[in-house]
Design a protein around this ligand. Structure first.
Ligand SMILES: C[S@@+](CC[C@H](N)C(=O)[O-])C[C@H]1O[C@@H](n2cnc3c(N)ncnc32)[C@H](O)[C@@H]1O
Length: 351
């Protein structure tokens, strides 16, 4: 059986609910924002029981947008975001496992009624992330692409990143949570079917991920959150050896003229407020938590990300690229582990 068939069987037959997981890789942190708890309360229990995500996927500013969820499973994030995009927006979920999609589709009409929408604003497509090009999605047709604990399971990660670049509109965003390792994993770990299915065996070494993202055209990956994963199962822990694992949420913007490093041109932005669920503060990433109505110094890349994305209407932009003052001290893209150290005490919701 090849790797993909093994993963399909794991998510289609072996696991019946998140209680069947052997590690806490596919779990989300406890500290969910209140607005997200309200959205999740509107989701059918069958869908919630088959949730295997590893992070909180709730990027803001989604009203009226078109969103694609890669590896949507039973549809938990699809139905949460269906409420954020509103009845004028749309969410499409793709997954290769028929059993997962059957649960997602079964409750489609129920959710539309629950949200008070005249018709459903979500759809589900069966397919492989390595072959997104055969699914008839138009290039540059999505505002935001999300994914929750799936890229690690993909057998050709570079192809997936390149396809995401093509499907995003200019200024669009790939916002996703995934599992990373602190080293390249040995073959015995990578080929172990349980470790692979549990989202550990296929995890990228974090530096390989950063290089791969840049090679695919996402020049300045931003870390939103990161937490270390504990492996409690003694047998699996032994098989994994000394490797450490982290669940991190990154945002990658499709903006062509971002620089390799964060450079200082003396620019500032002011967050005007008015963004749903972020009136007092806008969090772009771990370094950029921007209070409303206060001038905030930014590097050239942050200026461009805010200026060329869906967030532009919520900001005032001060300055230009005429004068360069050197590099910002936090010029390096952040390593998932540096953030993880700060929030190591975070608990997970399952396992
Ligand atoms: C860990 S689960 C996460 C599911 C969902 N995102 C969630 O949060 O509940 C991984 C999902 O990705 C799907 N998947 C894994 N590799 C895939 C691939 N190469 N193409 C399409 N779907 C894939 C699996 O079928 C499974 O539903």
């Amino acid at each position: 059986m090849n790797v993909q068939d093994n993963v399909k069987r794991y998510y289609g037959e072996t696991l019946k609910s998140s209680n069947d997981l052997k590690t806490d890789a596919c779990c989300t942190p406890d500290d969910q924002p209140e607005f997200l708890k309200d959205l999740l309360a509107n989701i059918h229990d069958d869908v919630k029981q088959r949730y295997y995500g590893c992070g909180l996927i709730a990027p803001l500013g989604l009203k009226g947008t078109r969103v694609l969820d890669l590896g949507c499973g039973a549809g938990m994030d699809v139905y949460a975001l269906a409420q954020l995009v509103g009845p004028e927006g749309e969410v499409v979920g793709v997954d290769m496992t028929a059993e997962q999609l059957a649960v997602a589709r079964k409750h489609n009409a129920w959710h539309a009624e629950q949200f008070g929408y005249p018709k459903s604003n979500v759809s589900f497509v069966e397919g492989y992330l390595e072959k997104l090009d055969v699914l008839n999605f138009s290039p540059e047709s999505f505002d935001v692409i999300i994914s929750n604990c799936v890229i690690n399971l993909c057998t050709d990660k570079m192809t997936v990143f390149q396809s995401i670049q093509k499907l995003l509109k200019p200024g669009g965003e790939f916002y996703f949570s995934d599992v990373y390792a602190d080293r390249r994993l040995p073959q015995a770990v990578r080929l172990d079917p349980v470790l692979y299915g549990e989202c550990l065996g296929g995890a990228l070494y974090w530096n390989d991920f950063l290089l791969m993202a840049k090679e695919a055209g996402f020049f300045d990956p931003r870390t939103v959150t990161s937490r270390s994963l504990e492996i409690h199962n003694p047998e699996l822990k032994k098989r994994l050896g000394a490797a450490q694992f982290y669940s991190s949420t990154f945002r990658l913007f499709r903006i062509d003229d971002l620089e390799a490093t964060r450079e200082n041109y003396g620019q500032m932005v002011t967050f005007k407020g008015g963004l749903e669920h972020a009136d007092a503060q806008f969090v772009l990433d771990q370094h950029n938590k921007i209070d409303a109505r206060r001038k905030f110094p930014v590097c050239g890349n942050t200026w461009r990300i805010l200026n060329q994305s869906r967030f532009a209407p919520y900001f005032e932009f001060i300055g230009d690229f005429d004068t360069h003052y050197g590099r910002y001290p936090e010029g390096e893209p952040s390593k998932p582990f540096e953030t993880a150290k700060n929030i190591e005490s975070n608990k997970s919701t399952c396992c």
